[in-house]
Design a protein around this ligand. Structure first.
Ligand SMILES: Nc1ncnc2c1ncn2[C@@H]1O[C@H](COP(=O)(O)OP(=O)(O)OP(=O)(O)O)[C@@H](O)[C@H]1O
Length: 546
């Protein structure tokens, strides 16, 4: 960690794009000033921003040169999103300056930011799902570039930008039908459809498969080589080492570290810089001692939103005291499977039971309430939609599915004291960073919202814990913590079904791994025998891999 001066020989973009200058929405590719010096594209000085008593950004100063890829790292709630929202004009700083290419005048709003060459891809995409890619492209241009694009013009633009940036997208596809990774490409193309000097990506890889992530990192490097500067937020330290030229580390709103040469740096170095202590990146666990069958799924059929088969003859058993990891490329029925097992989506065939012998409960047609009452805990993939109620307090969110039960209610009367003290305990135990437990859950940072959901579901001590992407958007220190808690739940006798797009997470936590492809289990392997490459091939549908 150093406090450095300028990086005179940046590694990325000395080679400016050699492509002929393209259409009006192209970038110029120049990375240096006339004197041969690298141009400072973004300079932030003494930036502070508070929400009530929370100092989200404290006296932040940083710099990004043209053609650089700069990573922003930090724990959940460290202030990363707040910082980039101010650069994009979504929030106004309390004090300090943001200077873009030497212009330090206030960025009034996103429109103003776009006019000044800033593009941003948000954590939650801003696309209209029922519209096509080209129609979504038109939307942005109505408001920002004055001239209305016609549909043919928008289609043409998508094709040209797709080809130029090697981001394949069908202009006529409806956005809601596209996998998440492709939706993100549309967002990136939308940002690139205007002149962009600085592209901000807020946790761009959180929802991507490993292959999509590699593709995106490649695109980022090409953009940087063409003169675009990139600021990206991530919790995945390997990505920082793979793609960034430099990085800044934030803690509790302040810049606590800066690495200007990442070549000798390891993921462990970055992790301890972020968290302020050494972090164990691998999970230590004893061998599992599985007991009786808890979850039994036979021949399950579930349809997707369009009525097509998504889960198609799915069989799986999960026993008490074991973690079964479901590995698969996103879009192979995992979402529909978990929703169906949680009682949120009807099944079209097959059976689901919980427990064994005389203790068996048939959950095949249960709703979410019954499933929950039967002892199923569910950490949903989409915390914003299914995990929390943003307008309700943290305390209420922590008892969302148990508000009418003892000790949180006596008869029809709620015991607010019990709800609150439960919340105070969990906030402490799960390190939920918030001023108190009474603030709306919607005001929490992304990772802290996730901790609320995980805390609620785990504290209910479910017989079956279904955890879908449990550490998505969560910082390394908290990943370590959540992983430890999942193993503890297993050791206390819970059956755990872990669904994750992170193969590393599956490999390090699972006692048994089931690979899902085309809506059914195509292979099962013991956790300790699992081979990364083989699992990868099975995930891709190579049935000879096993
Ligand atoms: N609109 C808001 N109202 C109140 N508090 C807010 C608001 N936006 C952010 N905060 C608070 O500011 C702090 C910084 O949040 P921010 O979202 O910037 O963190 P982050 O580093 O992006 O975290 P994560 O990695 O979890 O996404 C947090 O304590 C958060 O609760």
């Amino acid at each position: 960690m150093t406090d450095t001066s300028r990086n005179p020989e940046p590694t990325t973009a000395a080679a400016a794009s050699t492509e002929a200058s393209g259409p009006a929405y192209d970038n110029d590719g120049a990375t240096t000033t006339a004197s041969g010096e690298r141009e400072t594209l973004l300079e932030i000085t003494g930036l502070s921003k508070s929400f009530g008593t929370v100092h989200a950004n404290k006296d932040i100063s940083l710099r990004v040169d043209r053609g650089e890829i700069v990573a922003l790292l930090g724990e959940n709630g460290a202030g990363k999103s707040t910082l980039v929202k101010q650069i994009f004009g979504l929030m106004t700083p309390d004090s300090g300056t943001i200077s873009i290419k030497g212009d330090a005048s206030r960025i009034k709003d996103p429109k103003d930011a776009i006019r000044r060459g800033i593009g941003m891809v948000h954590q939650h995409f801003q696309l209209v799902p029922v519209m096509t890619v080209a129609e979504n492209m038109m939307l942005g241009h109505e408001t920002t570039s004055g001239g209305l694009l016609d549909l043919d013009g928008a289609r043409q633009m998508v094709r040209e930008l797709s080809a130029k940036h090697k981001l394949a997208v069908d202009p006529d596809a409806e956005v809601e039908d596209l996998p998440v990774g492709t939706q993100q490409r549309v967002e990136i193309l939308k940002a690139l459809s205007r002149r962009v000097d600085l592209l901000i990506l807020d946790e761009p890889t959180a929802v991507l498969t490993p292959q999509e992530t590699d593709e995106l990192l490649g695109v980022m490097k090409e953009l940087a080589a063409g003169g675009t500067s990139i600021v990206f937020i991530t919790h995945k330290l390997r990505e920082v080492l793979a793609a960034a030229d430099r990085c800044y580390v934030l803690r509790q709103g302040a810049v606590v570290g800066q690495v200007d040469d990442l070549s000798g740096t390891t993921t462990s170095d970055l992790a301890s810089m972020m968290v302020g202590r050494d972090v164990v990146l691998r999970v230590d666990k004893a061998e599992a001692t599985p007991g009786e069958t808890v979850l039994s799924v036979k021949g399950l059929q579930v349809r997707d939103d369009r009525g097509l088969p998504a889960v198609d003859g799915f069989d799986l058993e999960v026993r008490a005291g074991e973690i079964v990891g479901l590995a698969g490329v996103e879009g192979n029925g995992q979402r529909e499977l978990v929703e169906s097992l949680a009682g949120m989506r009807p099944s079209a065939g097959g059976t689901v039971t919980l427990g064994s012998g005389s203790d068996t409960v048939d959950l095949t047609r249960s709703n979410a309430h019954d499933t929950n009452n039967a002892g199923v805990g569910h950490v949903p993939e989409d915390r914003e939609k299914h995990g929390i109620v943003g307008g309700w307090s943290i305390a209420d969110n922590l008892v969302l599915n148990r508000y009418d039960e003892a000790p949180f209610a006596r008869g029809f009367v709620r015991d607010f004291g019990a709800v609150r003290s439960h919340a105070v305990e969990l906030r402490e135990e799960f390190d939920i960073r918030s001023p108190n437990v009474d603030v709306p859950a919607g005001s929490l940072s992304g990772g802290n919202k996730q901790k609320v959901v995980v805390a609620r579901e785990m504290s209910a001590r479910p017989r079956l814990l279904m955890a879908a992407q449990p550490t998505r958007g969560v910082d390394v220190g908290s990943i370590e913590f959540i992983h430890r808690r999942i193993v503890e739940a297993r050791d206390a006798g819970a059956a755990v079904l872990l669904v994750s797009a992170e193969l590393d997470e599956i490999l390090s936590l699972s006692d048994r791994i089931a690979v899902i492809h085309g809506g059914r289990v195509v292979a099962e392997v013991a956790g300790q025998d699992a081979d990364r490459t083989e699992i990868g091939r099975l995930m891709a549908g190579d049935s000879d891999a096993h």
